[in-house]
Design a protein around this ligand. Structure first.
Ligand code: ADP
Ligand code: MG
Length: 702
């Protein structure tokens, strides 16, 4: 699609050459002129304003001055020498300093000449200096037409060492644009450009590297972000349309003995309306003759497992095998236990396959799966492996979807002649925009209601100094028959210190809650699994009133009698983790509490996180807030999503409105032209092909 010039190797760009080209290759992945043009500035500095030296005050940001270099001198010893220039603008004088490239800079600056300089002023002994300022001659700035907004590019240490600065990248962009401009081929159809008043691609590229004003820059950014997000949506939605039209699904037409028996005799409680609605939605999929690809979102404790189980039973009623895949061994075991318990007394064969399943046991499982004897297989991603073969797999349930990618899903599809139905469940609610991108090819069901009788958990934030008050409160709860979790953070970098905190904490708790009146159980990752199991059982059976642990319990136990979750050093946890932890309580009928302990020293962000936790119990609101606070790059489970989608400019946290627009447009277009066969959509088809090959790296989401 691109003309020759765009694919020219970067070393041939005037001013680059083989050595710099190698660095651009390895540091930024820039191989061609086109790659360079798509290396976008991360910010623009407003250089429309000139400051006077007399206006400079302590603490100001980078600023621009126009004046004359009066004198230049080298000071200091040979190896520690520095270049000092006295710079005046009529209102005062400052010093410009260079510690590196001293000789080169000295040769290139002429005393008495007028320069425009840019940099961050510092105060030293009552004098103002600017170290390593950017220096331009006024003519070049005017000539380039870049006197207003200056593009700033990320450069690495290695690049700096080799004299590739943000400024030199900008210079390269100028040369590349001059050479390529007429050859840049438009990548969006005309009708879309017109409808949305977007600039042409060549214009947008020129404007993002060399904007003449803010408005022009914003238009360019909008167009580039829109395009990025639009093609991802188009690809995902096209996939969805294809699945609908091409993939035959197994028809689960009947509801039989398994579901009926469970529903009539075994189910321990009335389904919530949300659970009923979601099951209906899923049943419609299963009966449609199409393969189901559905995302089930629901807050912690909303009862997703039960929904999954009922869907599984429909699968069994139709003589299919089913499986549940969980992200961790603990979670897989928990599903195994709770589903076995739900189905007690029913003739259903359930298997458990995880990384630690012994090879003899594993072989037996493999045989029983192939013969069809095992009806429900529960496991970790060990069950994706090719050696795991089913007789007739009809339904796959994936828990905590955000850790699995489309690639893994595709692997599961291959486990039968036609792909099995897929139900993915997320325990961590994710913001709408992220869901659209991560699961854009899925239909979505939401459980937006908690089982009845649950009182909303009350959350408060206490400083460490109030520990005595906390202990008093805990004693009262224990007297009332409740149980308590106390969780300590575990951060890999400071693991040793964290364990020390946990040990110290455990000791002080045992001192405050001494035996034989109280029993305190402790669980952490360094214990052997039998020890862990033993401690957990103490708590589950109600023999221990307090459970002290690291975050291992995050995805673990379900103890309805536990009514207090104390989170130590809560400022160290991310929002979604805090929310997950809090979800361990509030499962019974009693009022539950979450108490966030922290030191007085809190960053602004930590303060906001704790405030959000105190304010709301709603996982979706929390996820939105998290996304805003941290940006999608850091959201748990989505770290790689930005990489996977190769988003260069768009930001899933800030550009939700553009994403929505992109999705709407993609939907409109595909509604009218499923396969993009219309002449007017030929650009779209071509672009999708190109981008599929180069851009989306599904495997990265794991
Ligand atoms: P999650 O959606 O977080 O996976 P679970 O499936 O673990 O939630 O359910 C949380 C708890 O609520 C479990 O103890 C489960 O047995 C219980 N539960 C599920 N559905 C209902 C219901 N309709 N009424 C009462 N309790 C329910
Ligand atoms: Mg769950």
């Amino acid at each position: 699609m691109t003309a020759e010039i765009l694919n020219t190797e970067i070393k041939f760009l005037p001013g680059v050459g083989p050595k710099k080209a190698e660095i651009l290759n390895s540091e930024l992945g820039i191989y061609t002129f086109w790659d360079l043009l798509n290396y976008f500035p991360y910010k623009h500095i407003d250089r429309s304003k000139f400051y006077k030296i007399s206006e400079i005050t302590e603490g100001v940001a980078s600023l621009q001055l126009k004046g004359t270099i009066k004198s230049l001198r080298i000071e200091g010893q040979k190896y520690k020498s520095r270049l000092v220039a006295t710079f005046e603008d009529g209102s005062g004088s400052i010093e410009l300093l260079w510690f590196q490239g001293v000789k080169w800079v000295k040769e290139h600056l002429k005393p008495g000449k007028e320069y425009i300089i840019f940099g961050k002023p510092a105060f030293f002994n009552g004098r103002i200096n600017i170290a390593h300022p950017e220096v331009d001659e006024p003519e070049t700035i005017e000539q380039k037409g870049i006197a207003t907004l200056h593009a700033v590019y990320t450069v690495t240490e290695k690049m700096k060492k080799n004299f590739i600065t943000s400024k030199s990248i900008n210079k390269m962009q100028l040369v590349a644009l001059q050479k390529c401009y007429p050859s840049i081929i438009e990548s969006l159809p005309n009708y879309l450009l017109a409808e949305l008043s977007l600039p042409f691609l060549n214009q947008a590229l020129k404007d993002i590297h060399f904007p003449e004003n803010l408005q022009q820059l914003q238009k360019a950014q909008f167009r580039i972000k829109f395009e990025e997000l639009f093609y991802i949506q188009l690809q995902l939605l096209k996939l969805k349309y294809q699945n609908i039209s091409k993939l035959n699904g197994f028809v689960f037409h009947k509801v039989g003995e398994y579901l009926n028996d469970f529903y009539k005799n075994k189910i321990p409680f009335e389904l919530t309306n949300a659970q009923k609605r979601v099951i209906k939605e899923i049943r419609a999929d299963l009966g449609s003759g199409r393969q189901m690809n559905r995302l089930l979102q629901g807050d912690v404790g909303s009862g997703k497992t039960l929904v999954a189980l009922m869907v599984i039973l429909i699968g069994l009623d139709n003589n299919y095998q089913t499986c549940i895949m969980a992200p961790t061994e603990i979670l897989a075991k928990q599903h195994f236990t709770s589903i076995s318990r739900f189905l007690e007394g029913m003739e259903v064969k359930i298997g458990l396959l995880t990384g630690s399943t012994k090879s003899k046991e594993r072989k037996k499982l493999h045989t029983e799966l192939q013969s069809g004897e095992i009806q429900i297989l529960i496991g970790t991603h060990a069950l994706i492996e090719d050696v795991v073969q089913f007789k007739n797999l009809g339904l796959v349930v994936i828990d905590e979807q955000h850790r699995f990618g489309v690639a893994q899903r595709a692997k599961l599809w291959k486990k039968n002649t036609s792909p099995p139905h897929v139900l993915v469940m997320t325990a961590t609610p994710i913001p709408r925009t992220l869901a659209m991108t991560l699961y854009g090819d899925l239909d979505v069901s939401v459980i937006d209601e908690l089982p009845p009788g649950r009182k909303p958990i009350k959350t408060s934030h206490l400083f460490d100094a109030k520990r005595l008050r906390l202990f008093g409160f805990l004693k009262k709860e224990i007297e009332a028959g409740r149980q308590i979790y106390i969780v300590y953070p575990l951060i890999q970098e400071s693991e040793k210190m964290d364990y020390k905190d946990l040990e110290d904490g455990y000791e002080s708790i045992v001192r405050a809650f001494p035996p034989p009146m109280y029993t305190v159980a402790v669980v952490h990752g360094r214990m052997k699994s039998e020890e862990k199991e033993k401690a957990m059982q103490l708590f589950i059976k109600g023999q221990a009133q307090i459970m002290v642990s690291t975050t291992v319990i995050e995805v673990g136990v379900d103890v309805p009698n536990a009514s207090v979750m104390v989170i130590e050093s809560a400022e160290k946890f991310g929002l979604s983790q805090l929310h997950q932890l809090r979800g361990r309580v509030g499962r019974g009928a009693e009022q539950s509490w979450c108490i966030l302990m922290s030191s007085y020293k809190l960053s602004n962000e930590a303060k906001k996180r704790l405030a959000i936790m105190v304010e709301t119990n709603n996982g979706f609101e929390i996820a939105e807030a998290d996304l805003k606070l941290r940006g999608p790059g850091d959201l748990e489970g989505t770290q790689q999503s930005g990489v996977a989608f190769n988003l260069k400019l768009a930001n899933l946290a800030k550009d939700g409105h553009i994403l929505q627009l992109a999705r709407n447009k993609a939907t409109d277009i595909l509604d009218k032209d499923h396969l993009l066969d219309n002449q007017s959509n030929s650009i779209l088809k071509k672009q999708l092909k190109l981008r599929k090959l180069h851009n989306i790296n599904w495997g990265v989401i794991s």
